[in-house]
Design a protein around this ligand. Structure first.
Ligand code: AMP
Ligand code: MG
Length: 333
């Protein structure tokens, strides 16, 4: 058995977990909640710095509760999110990871956060070679594995879909995170209002849609639920279109949904319908694996360690713009 400690802290969620090949031993989370507005990178980093010691202690205590034999010496490696993410947050968590790896005398594993989302989904859903729709706060990408890399087949040209939802929600006076609140309001919407549907080739744009939704709300505040409904219908149809086209191009018949926005039931439903129409299969892991979590970081660290991809300390500097297609995938055929 290989046991990995994983540290996630790319944005507002600080999350630590212990994972082996078959199971999650323990996990602990502490989430930064902005007092107003969106995530402030330095405040989030300050939150992580203040909380990280307690969160790591909780993970070790919980591991001891489930398995009284557990000791720190059993940890085989320390994984952390090297990027992409907010610089100050990444640096805080990377510093803790380096210190732990040195103290435990174990290898360090610098993980690409996007690929961790993908691999935890493949692990949980037992899908082998899916087209992945990765939708989170900052990211919106359609990816698939080809010849040693996860290639990006389509992505947002401006903001991520989660950010778009959060910005629009803030305009409605709703607190962060806005995605679930928009989802709840959308359920009360009944009529579709035209909003910009922007797919350019295989890429997407959400900022025009967000601005148009805000302007529509300013003109018709009474239509709040209809605008939320129309926002979701438009944005999710765009994402579903690019996902379907990627399946067609590559001849793949499975879709895996990843990232925090993946919790949205309407998005899941659209992808499910699209897959059924094509005779394909749709997969989505349990909610706790969708948003940012330490489990996925530990799990990808495990795949990296067992396939020989360790990160020397000298190469462990954070990478706020780390692209998933930069990663050489050593753990797949
Ligand atoms: P992540 O960056 O992967 O942790 O995802 C966070 C993003 O997911 C935030 O932008 C949230 O607003 C969004 N989100 C979470 N739950 C939902 C939901 N049910 N519907 C839409 N967006 C959601
Ligand atoms: Mg994420």
């Amino acid at each position: 058995m290989t046991l990995i400690l994983g540290l996630e802290g790319t944005a507002w969620n600080l999350s630590v977990a212990l994972v082996d090949e078959s199971d999650v031993l323990s996990e602990a989370v502490s989430t930064y909640q902005p007092k107003y507005g969106g995530i402030h990178p330095r405040e989030a980093a300050q939150h992580h710095a203040t909380e990280i010691k307690a969160v790591i202690s909780r993970v070790f205590h919980k591991a001891q509760e489930t398995n009284p034999e557990f000791s720190l010496g059993q940890i085989d490696g320390v994984a952390f999110s090297q990027g992409p993410g907010m610089g100050p947050c990444l640096r805080t968590v990377a510093t803790a990871a380096r210190a732990l790896a040195l103290a435990l005398k174990r290898p360090l594993l610098g993980v690409n956060h996007c690929i961790a989302h993908i691999e935890v989904g493949r692990w949980q859903c037992k899908t082998n070679d899916p087209v992945v729709l990765y939708v989170s706060g900052a990211n919106s990408q359609v990816l698939a594995y080809r010849a040693g890399h996860y290639r990006i087949f389509g992505e947002t040209l401006d903001i991520g879909i989660g950010n778009a939802l959060d910005k629009f929600a803030r305009h409605l006076g709703l607190s962060h995170p806005g995605g679930p609140k928009i989802e709840a309001l959308a359920l009360q919407g009944t009529s579709y209002l035209e909003l910009p549907y922007v797919v350019k080739g295989m890429d997407l744009s959400f900022s025009g849609l967000t601005t148009a939704a805000k302007e529509t709300y300013d003109k018709m505040p009474g239509a709040r639920a209809d605008i939320c409904y129309s926002f979701q219908e438009t944005a999710f149809a765009m994402l579903t279109e690019v996902t379907e086209r990627t399946m067609g191009h590559l001849g793949k018949d499975e879709v895996l949904l990843a990232g925090g926005v993946g919790a949205n039931q309407r998005l899941q439903q659209m992808l499910q319908m699209m897959c059924e129409d094509r005779g394909g299969r749709f997969f989505v892991p349990a909610k706790k694996f969708l948003g940012d979590n330490g489990i996925m970081i530990a799990y990808l660290g495990l795949l990296m360690l067992t396939s020989g991809s360790i990160t020397p300390i000298e190469q462990s500097q954070v990478r706020p713009n780390y692209r998933p297609d930069d990663v050489e995938v050593t753990w797949r055929e």
